[in-house]
Design a protein around this ligand. Sequence first.
Ligand code: CTP
Length: 210
Amino acid sequence: MRFLITAGPTREAIDPVRFLSNRSSGRMGYALAGAARHEGHEVCLISGPTSLDVPEGVDFLQVESAKDMYEAVRDMQRGVQVAILSAAVADYRPVAVAMQKIKKDEGEMVLRLERTPDILGSMRSEFGYGGVLVGFAAETQNLLENARKKLERKGCDMIVANDVSRPGIGFDSSMNEVTLVTKDEELHLSKDTKEHIALAIVRRALEFIS
Ligand code: CTP
């Protein structure tokens, strides 16, 4: 099988030296790429900037912004059977990128932001992707309800729901605890290393192909 996996944060430029980003380490996505490869699959990993080593045998594309990631996913999704979009894509970017470093001034500064393209939400409708589609939902409240809405809205087969309000799991941690939400069930995976969680996600995603 051929897998496409997105990972890490994106960076949205403000000026030549500044950007908006988030705390994603990329570990969950890299663990997914490693797990899929370990199970004998072809893997294309599209990642925002991280400090991680790329798992051996994985095709790797490094991107910076949400727009870069959108274009890379659009171009690479053909021929893919399983797409797992775990990247923490920035939802907003500055409306304009200053060509020169912005100099400070007295008083407040206002940064105008606009929405970035929704990559997961474009897979079915714009890219015409027909394979297994897995998204992530990082929530601090109403975890399962929001995950279920996301599952339907974005045409996913599975949402990996992650309670990011809990300390010691998720963002910037080596451990995770998630619930796999599908149309008919909710499967809780108790706290474990991201490598073990990744393997369970890969195996569950493959069950949609028969
Ligand atoms: N995602 C994406 N492109 C974006 C934003 C998010 O592909 N521009 C993907 C993420 O990789 C993840 C899922 O969408 O798989 C997260 O969905 P999103 O609607 O962004 O949810 P949250 O960021 O969790 O939050 P909310 O809907 O509450 O804003």
